[in-house]
Design a protein around this ligand. Structure first.
Ligand SMILES: Nc1ncnc2c1ncn2[C@@H]1O[C@H](COP(=O)(O)OP(=O)(O)OP(=O)(O)O)[C@@H](O)[C@H]1O
Ligand SMILES: [Mg+2]
Length: 430
């Protein structure tokens, strides 16, 4: 793969929108050449869009910053999101082979059949992920193409979302001048897992828990395959709200106080959205020793509630199976310095914090925190899903950006593609 091919992602978080631009490297890592973050303000709540205009404005801002840093306009993107009601279900599908070889088209037939069995319309479908195959008596097959037998059986995990939630996500990203194609909407914790897990982790059993601002998403892997997904509609913002209520201070102050009390000396500072205003702490929010203890108590009470809900979900999903790699925490809340020992007591299994830093070069400092696991993971989805002909190639700023898609007569009538319009607009304001 050429290192000039450009992949772009938008992570729609409840607190921040993050746009990321990167080149895929030969060693399975990414060189990050552009990043832009913008505060979501109140456009996204618990992972669901509640104000399209605010969300579009945040996407535009993040995209503008990332595009400028990368000297490349963003056109097609993969989009990560966390919200709405998510349902994951296993489907068992069987087709007759009659002693012929399994072909790619058989796999497509199986995936299609599993979606039909789930009763899933294309507007609510998120992911169809094959877990394992069986040909006649032989089970545990990861890729059956080329094998022969009488019948092919597959276990497929189908994840669906709410069609209304997905439609609004797509619409907001498109209104910001970007293209999202079918299959380019990705569940955030799946993306986080992609950025922080190894094949070994998945084989041995692991759960990734992404604790963001408004949601806590989880994905479980056993025997190398996805075994379940879950979401708790609560995250760090609930801790901030509790703090604001108890201490009678504004949410902005409470947020600042929380991050100050839970900062890790010697660790990189969290990357705050570029448009976030610095809030001075008032006298009421002063961080004396007594006040710090109070902050810890309030925040940790909510953290415990979130982790107990996740544990209940996890126990249901793993059905007694042992996860040797335990729980890997990502998301902004995973920055809390004591979160590992805290979570160990609740889960009674190994706990670690997943940083995407090992998977990136380039703008490493800005993307290695656990809150960027999902954005980095999205780039892998883009790399693996986009057909090579569709991937834009990076061009120097001086030359006018040209869409990599062939220009059809219809497109000529529509005028320049959205990404080029955005780029022209950007050039006007730079
Ligand atoms: N040091 C810290 N201690 C505690 N919480 C922190 C710390 N740093 C960041 N956070 C919290 O992390 C949350 C933001 O995390 P993240 O950026 O992963 O969320 P998001 O992706 O915007 O939201 P979501 O994934 O829920 O849609 C905020 O609630 C913030 O207060
Ligand atoms: Mg998130």
């Amino acid at each position: 793969m050429s290192d000039q091919q450009v992949f772009a992602a938008i992570d729609l978080g409840s607190t921040k929108v993050c746009a990321l631009v990167g080149h895929a490297l030969e060693d399975d890592r990414f060189e990050i050449v552009g990043i832009g973050t913008a505060s979501t303000h109140h456009g996204i709540r618990n992972g669901t869009i509640v104000d399209v205009q605010q969300t579009v404005a945040a996407i535009r801002k993040a995209v503008e910053i990332a595009g400028r840093k990368a000297s490349h306009p963003l056109t097609r993107v993969v989009v990560g999101f966390a919200g709405g009601e998510i349902e994951g279900q296993d489907q068992r599908v069987m087709i007759a082979l009659k002693d012929r070889e399994v072909q790619e088209s058989d796999i497509e037939r199986i995936l299609q059949e599993s979606r039909t069995m789930m009763g899933c319309s294309s507007s609510e479908l998120l992911h169809t992920i094959p877990k394992s195959y069986r040909i006649d008596e032989q089970g545990g097959i990861l890729n059956p193409v080329g094998m022969v037998g009488a019948r092919l059986e597959a276990q497929v995990h189908v994840i669906r979302g709410s069609d209304m939630v997905l439609a609004n996500l797509k619409r907001s990203v498109e209104r910001a001048g970007l293209t999202v194609r079918e299959g380019d909407l990705i569940l955030q914790p799946l993306a986080s897992a992609r950025a922080v897990l190894t094949e070994d982790d998945k084989e041995l059993g692991v759960c990734v828990v992404d604790i963001g601002g408004g949601t806590t998403g989880m994905v479980v892997f056993q025997n190398g395959a996805l075994s379940g997904v879950g979401v708790v509609h609560m995250g760090g913002s609930a801790m901030t709200k509790d703090l604001a209520a108890v201490l009678r201070i504004s949410q902005a102050e409470a947020e600042r106080l929380k991050r100050e009390v839970f900062s890790t000396p010697g660790h990189s500072e969290p990357v705050v959205p570029e448009d976030e205003e610095a809030v001075p702490l008032s006298d009421e929010a002063m961080t004396g020793a007594g006040r710090r203890v109070q902050v810890r108590e309030v925040v940790e009470a909510r953290l415990e509630e979130i982790l107990r809900k996740v544990k209940a979900d996890l126990d249901r999903l793993r059905q007694g199976a042992y996860l040797a790699r335990g729980v890997v925490l990502t998301g902004g809340v995973a920055r809390m310095p004591n979160i590992v020992s805290f979570a160990e007591k609740i889960f009674d299994m190994p706990i670690s914090v997943g940083h995407p830093g090992d998977r990136v070069q380039g703008l490493v400092d800005q993307t290695s925190g656990p809150e960027f696991a999902s954005a980095v993971g999205l780039l892998y989805f883009a790399r693996d899903q986009w057909s090579p002909a569709d991937v834009p190639v990076r061009e120097p700023v001086a030359s006018a950006p040209v869409s990599q898609e062939p220009v059809t007569k219809e497109k000529e009538r529509e005028g320049p593609p959205a990404g080029v319009r955005l780029w022209n607009w950007l050039r006007e304001i730079i």
